[in-house]
Design a protein around this ligand. Structure first.
Ligand code: CTP
Length: 394
């Protein structure tokens, strides 16, 4: 069941768009993809291997005769490890080389020696793109099962306007990630809650918790990559918005409740990852509370349970709960799953999961418990959603 990270080999050829590839590397790594950069000599005229090495955290290869590769065959060694080769930017010259199966440098040799999919993001001046030779090459590459992303139209580095520039980095990152992820949740509508809630005491103070939102945001991102239409109702979280996800920002448990209920109709799946406050301040002060007495008592009232209410709707979506426990994990989590009538519950120990990049979790469903090895949250999100998609198939 354990999935490892996707690994891509990112080829950079000579084009001014190479500067955008630096950002692409950062975005891909951020979404849990391992990136090995290979550059042509021409690419090094536009961006330095040092930049790419710093961003990818791995040595950058340029040379066929690099003797730092253990078996002395970099073209075999590097392409064997890759789930896909992405060439961005792909120059007109490089596309022509691909068409002819040329192998006169490391990147073209890797492309020829690969047994994984090849994706190219062309980038060139509009005349070069429109040239009959380039169009012939693109047609041939499509026939050879090469995926072509872009190009985009707009202002070019040379000052002309037209088709030929590389797709914007964020769009490319989404397309590459989508390309790598099996569409296990194609067209499913999923609502995810994530992050911490904050209950106002007065205009400048509130009661919150230590949830970072990392698990919920990872679930939202991976679900979108798996083809789902995702709405993320987020409480407080410092994280960047996941790509391709509709976000609804909330703060209090009550605001989160309203946002969920407004959006719950027509959802196929509800995944409740948020750390929702069980209590809120009964009468928050409209004015800042001044210090006075030696002690201050706040009266709290119970909040509604969003997940339990969604699971009790007449036609509930498939509901997934999270249980963060500090002791008796499986016992408490099983009780929670049954009392909230959930087909699937993800249990974790607070000490091992909250606020961290990694977590240790156990899945609980009607068939029993499934402990997953400790992993980063993107990998866990992939495993949880893969498990869920198998449950939906039954
Ligand atoms: N949850 C919710 N609304 C609440 C409280 C919790 O939707 N008001 C959801 C959480 O998102 C999570 C699950 O319910 O999926 C957690 O269950 P819960 O029993 O509320 O956990 P705790 O709040 O930790 O409960 P307890 O304090 O009793 O352990």
């Amino acid at each position: 069941m354990h999935q490892t990270h996707k690994k891509i080999l990112l080829g950079i050829t000579g084009g001014i768009a190479a500067y955008k590839t630096a950002e692409l590397v950062r975005l891909l790594i951020k979404s849990g993809i391992e990136v090995q950069v290979v550059m042509t000599q021409a690419a090094c005229q536009f961006i330095t291997p040092v930049t790419m090495q710093a961003l990818s955290g791995k040595p950058v290869y340029m040379d066929m005769w690099d003797n730092s590769i253990p078996n002395g065959m970099p073209h075999i060694e590097l392409s064997r490890a890759a789930d896909a080769i992405i060439v961005a930017p792909a120059s007109a010259d490089f596309l022509a080389k691909l068409v002819h199966g040329r192998a006169d440098d490391l990147l073209s040799t890797l492309c020829l020696a690969r047994d994984c999919p090849l994706v190219v993001a062309p980038a060139m001046n509009k005349q070069m793109w429109e040239a009959a030779a380039t169009q012939r090459n693109i047609k041939q590459l499509r026939q050879d099962n090469v995926t072509i992303l872009g190009p985009d139209s707009g202002e070019q580095a040379c000052g002309e306007v037209g088709l030929g520039r590389m797709l914007e980095t964020e769009a490319l990152a989404i397309l590459v990630k989508g390309f790598l992820t099996p569409k296990l949740l194609a067209d499913k509508k999923i609502l995810v809650t994530a992050g911490a809630t904050i209950e106002k005491i007065d205009p400048v103070r509130g009661i919150t918790n230590f949830s970072s939102g990392k698990m919920g945001y990872a679930i939202a991102q991976v679900a979108a990559d798996m083809g789902a239409k995702v709405t993320l109702v987020s409480g407080v979280s410092p994280l960047d918005q996941p790509y391709g996800v509709k976000i609804v920002a909330t703060e209090s448990a009550e605001a989160m409740y309203q946002a969920v209920m407004t959006n719950i109709q027509q959802q196929d799946i509800f995944i409740s990852v948020a750390a929702v406050a069980d209590y809120s301040v009964e009468s928050p002060s409209n004015e800042k509370i001044k210090k006075g007495e030696s002690s201050l008592t706040l009266k709290l009232k119970r909040n509604k349970d969003i997940l339990a209410d969604v699971a009790s709707l007449p036609n509930p979506p498939f509901c997934v709960g999270f249980a963060a426990e500090s002791q008796d994990l499986i016992k408490n989590a099983s009780q929670k799953r049954l009392s909230k009538k959930l087909p699937l519950l993800v249990a974790n120990l607070v000490s091992e999961s909250m606020g961290t990049d990694e977590a240790t979790i156990t899945l609980l469903d009607d068939t029993g418990t499934h402990a997953l090895p400790r992993s980063d949250k993107i990998t866990l999100a992939q495993e949880i959603l893969t498990h869920l998609s198998h449950m939906l198939e039954k």
